[in-house]
Design a binder for this molecule. Structure first.
Ligand code: NAD
Length: 495
């Protein structure tokens, strides 16, 4: 592996429509600067509504008339395994693109690419396990079959925080089910998705099965939401974008998969291994600079251990290595861009002005070319302060004390979101009780942010609809059809 460095000039990517690489119908270009270094690193076309329509047309033809949905699952799996091998072969290159465009540390970016290989392989294998049901218990006259069929053309809209990994949690499952797709990556981090299109092409995916159109959400994304020729849209992004998807789907009743925001609690009980818990909470809040939908942003801690725990946690947070994403020793890189950094800082300032106590962090750190924020811990945050309720998407943690188990769960559930929760205790019964009562799609006990392609993911409440990954991740992209088959001579209705 060679040391990762900044490119001399921005890397140029093209879109992928109907099996061809293209700059699209317009001339507008988007340029991304590394949020850790402030230099341009990548460029791609800003796709137009016409480009989006052309991609939908290609995906439609590939679904309605092409070979992909008609292949056996085993034949589809062969192609998906090839894609996984190609991603693995190019993992360092993809990791560098991801690091430069997102600002995440290079070691983490490479890890995410390798993790994505594993997900592609899981989905490839799982493709062959998809089956329906036979109902042989409806009496001697009828045999019923329940078939699972691919839904059709899927629009896939992804965010900037884990561009390649989040796509891996959706696209191979979509393909395993036999669907075709139009992918719209986030405006600022489209490089690895556009590079993936080249690898899909090399793997021999038939023409039009996957199309990638870079560009604005309000242009390309909106066309996907509005189109009658798209059967389902999967949106991973903010709850505000999820609402736009729901509004658009009212016009055409298309299925939606929504993976949205979170305001996730860590519940730390007094009987927990407090060293482990402090380390886990630090990791959960600061990983990916806090720009992690399932990262913890509220520390719900038992009052009897609060002061000691907060001191231990603050000591750890101050030792987290924040800085140059290209440095192999860096643990936390840059925030996504200057506007986002300012928003994160304004939540912290707002909290302090309202009377919260800043325990550590609270401002910028590292080089001024990059958007780095020190991991920040706040106690005594007055009720109603926005940082307690809104998704900040930065390395900021608010402390909320509790006295009883019931109160801990009530505080954890006091949010419109329901994405994840982490429970820290050495009492198994307490852990299981809290695990059952907490309203979240993903719960961790004495750990946080563990993930694997076998386990489904998604949110409750306003954190989303539907599930991705696991076997549920393939079912999500299928329709259920039932068939009743008469096995007896017909008794006539009109005699
Ligand atoms: P965002 O909602 O701003 O953008 C997400 C995607 O939606 C982008 O590709 C964007 O271009 C597109 N988009 C925006 N407006 C659109 C429109 N009108 N029509 C169609 N598409 C449109 O989110 P973001 O800032 O990129 O990502 C951060 C958010 O994503 C956070 O809220 C985070 O919690 C959430 N997220 C959720 C999960 C999950 O699994 N639940 C995972 C990662 C991120």
């Amino acid at each position: 592996m060679t040391a990762a460095t900044l490119p001399r000039e921005p890397r140029r990517f093209r879109m992928y429509i109907d099996g061809r690489f293209t700059d699209g119908s317009g001339t507008a270009v988007m340029t991304r600067s590394s949020p850790g270094h402030g230099v341009p690193v990548a460029q791609w076309p800003s796709g137009s509504a016409e480009d989006a329509q052309a991609a939908i047309g290609a995906a439609r033809t590939a679904f309605d008339r092409g070979p992909w949905p008609r292949l056996s699952a085993g034949e589809r799996a062969k192609v998906l395994f090839k894609v996984a091998d190609l991603i693995e072969r190019h993992a360092d290159e993809l990791g560098l693109i991801e690091c430069l465009e997102t600002g995440k540390p290079i070691t983490q970016a490479r890890g995410e690419i390798r993790g994505a290989v594993d997900v592609w392989r899981f989905a490839a294998g799982a493709a062959r396990s998809m089956a329906g049901e036979t109902l042989n218990n409806l009496g001697e006259r009828v045999l019923a079959l329940v078939l699972r069929e691919p839904i059709g053309v899927i629009g896939v809209i992804t965010p900037w925080n884990f561009p390649f990994f989040i796509l891996a949690e959706r696209l191979p499952f979509i393909l395993a089910a036999g669907c075709t797709a139009v992918v719209k990556p986030a405006e600022a981090t489209s490089g690895t998705t556009l590079r993936l299109a080249e690898l899909l092409h090399e793997a021999g995916l038939p023409q039009g099965v996957v199309n990638v159109v870079s560009g604005r959400g309000s242009v390309v994304g909106q066309v996907l939401l509005d189109s009658d020729r798209v059967d389902m849209v999967s949106v991973t992004g903010s709850t505000a974008t999820g609402r736009k998807a729901i509004a658009a789907s009212a016009g055409n009743i298309k299925k939606l998969g929504l993976e949205l925001g979170g305001k996730n609690p860590h519940l730390v009980f007094a009987d927990a291994n407090l060293d482990d818990a402090a380390d886990g909470v630090a990791f959960g809040m600061a990983f990916n600079a806090g720009q992690c939908c399932v990262g913890g942003s509220r520390l719900v801690v038992q009052r009897s251990v609060m002061d000691a725990f907060v001191a231990r946690l603050a000591e750890k947070l101050q030792r987290v290595r924040v800085g140059d994403p290209l440095d192999e020793r860096t643990q936390v890189g840059a925030l996504f861009d200057g506007a986002h950094m300012d928003k994160v800082l304004s939540y912290i300032d707002g909290g302090v002005k309202a009377g919260a106590r800043l325990v550590c962090g609270g401002g910028r750190t590292g080089s001024r070319e990059g958007f780095f924020v020190a991991p920040t811990l706040l106690t005594d945050v007055p009720a109603g302060t926005p940082l307690l309720h809104e998704e900040i998407f930065g390395p900021v943690l608010a402390v909320l004390p509790f006295d009883s188990d019931e109160e801990a769960v009530a505080i954890a559930n006091d949010t419109e979101f329901g994405l994840s929760a982490s429970i820290w205790t050495s009492d198994l019964t307490r852990a299981l009780r809290a695990m059952r009562e907490v309203q979240a799609g993903r719960v961790w006990v004495n750990t946080t942010l563990d993930n694997g392609p076998e386990t489904p993911l998604g949110g409750m409440k306003q954190s989303g609809l539907g599930r991705d990954a696991g076997l549920a991740g393939i079912e999500e992209y299928t329709e259920v059809k039932t068939a009743h088959i008469n096995l007896q001579p017909r008794t006539h209705w009109v005699s």
